[in-house]
Write a protein that binds this ligand. Structure first.
Ligand code: SF4
Length: 373
């Protein structure tokens, strides 16, 4: 089991309460971005490209708590930027633990060993370590040689101290399914709780625009990776979302399921697009024209999107919307092998486009030093 029973119960009872209250739009996970600055400059990231005066800014603990209280979601994901670079991240985490929120602190783990003394192990706190595959693939993805080894060292330290640890992996065009499957084996051998997966989304601020996946390629890639599963693999995701990635079911996007709050306010409509900001969560929910978004809307910005922040909440909602959704979830949990000969044969396809050469963005540390952060 990859998620503690208490967390599953908290999330399930929360969703059932929303259903009983007949709320059609409700938040499941708050994406709380306390800062945009980072100690990496990944080619697929749309954050580190902000100008220096934006990268210097950060949310205070009080601003974080106000957003969490206003939103009410039972789970808070803290991406960034790199949250461990926030000087008050320990106070933010402690305040959220006191509120009994299940926190996923998303980190590249470069600072994890150095800063882990700031935190106490808790069932409410999980370090979600960004690893995009085996060493060569991860280092390529984050444009930092040796990044994988440092992250794994951080994971080992966190596990030794009794913390919950998961990985989060974003897959881009050219990902090698065989290598991704070998990476899953390595992560399970490390002893982490579970793995999160998402296809990449094309940020218009991201420098690498050529290696994002379209929907058909996404389904093909995830079918190759997630069919014929090793029973020891554990995923920290809805099993129906995994079926969605494999092309076994379709969902509309529910961008309100994982709303984003950052230094600009409540981001419309989702973690990926920036069609303005609302001053309050209520304003976000009431004034966003939700029907303009999602693949089914015809919005070109959404045409190829299958990302976790848009579609996992859809899968969770399906689980609790009908007996058939609940049955499908139980079935997908109990029978998760997905034997598929075609997918097995596709592991040896060699028509995948190759990654571009490793791009070292050499001046990140100098830039951060210039900014005195
Ligand atoms: S489809 Fe993707 S980009 Fe569009 S609203 Fe949903 S999550 Fe955002």
């Amino acid at each position: 089991m990859s998620v503690p029973v208490s967390q599953m119960w908290t999330v399930a009872s929360y969703v059932v309460r929303q259903k009983l209250a007949r709320r059609t739009r409700y938040p499941l996970v708050l994406m709380l971005e306390p800062l945009f600055r980072c100690n990496l400059a990944c080619a697929g990231c749309g954050k580190i490209q902000y100008p220096a005066h934006i990268l210097k800014r950060q949310l205070s603990p009080e601003e974080c708590f106000a957003a969490v209280d206003e939103c009410g979601a039972p789970v808070v994901s803290i991406p960034g930027g790199e949250p461990l670079m926030h000087p008050e991240i320990d106070q933010i985490v402690a305040g959220l633990v006191a509120r009994k929120k299940y926190i996923y602190l998303c980190t590249n783990a470069l600072l994890l060993k150095e800063k882990i003394h700031l935190f106490q192990p808790s069932k409410y706190l999980t370090f979600s370590v960004h690893l995009d595959g085996e060493p060569e693939h991860h280092d390529l993805s984050v444009c930092r040689e040796g990044g994988y080894d440092i992250a794994v060292e951080g994971i080992r330290e966190a596990l030794k101290l009794g913390f919950r640890v998961t990985t989060n992996t974003t897959l881009f065009d050219g990902a090698d399914p065989k290598s991704v499957r070998a990476f899953f084996d390595e992560m399970m051998d490390l002893g982490i709780e579970g793995m999160m997966l998402s296809p990449g989304y094309s940020y218009d601020k991201a420098p690498d625009q050529q290696h994002f996946l379209g929907r058909a390629r996404t389904r093909r890639l995830f079918r190759s990776i997630l069919s014929n599963r090793d029973p020891k693999w554990r995923f920290n995701l809805s099993p129906l979302f995994l079926e969605f990635l494999m092309g076994k079911r379709d969902y509309p996007c529910t961008p309100w399921g994982m709303p984003t709050y950052n230094i600009f306010g409540w981001q419309k409509p989702c973690y990926l697009l920036q069609d303005g900001y609302a001053d309050s969560f209520a304003e976000l929910m009431q004034e966003t024209e939700w029907n303009k978004y999602g693949t089914e809307s015809g919005n070109l910005a959404c045409a190829n999107c299958m990302v976790h922040s848009g579609y996992e909440a859809s899968a969770v909602d399906h689980t609790f919307s009908s007996l058939s959704g609940f049955y499908a979830t139980v079935k997908a949990t109990l029978f998760s092998r997905y034997a598929d000969d075609d997918a097995l044969n596709s592991l040896d396809d060699d028509d995948r486009s190759l990654h571009p050469p490793l791009v070292q963005i050499a001046n990140v540390n100098e830039t951060l030093q210039d900014m005195q952060v």
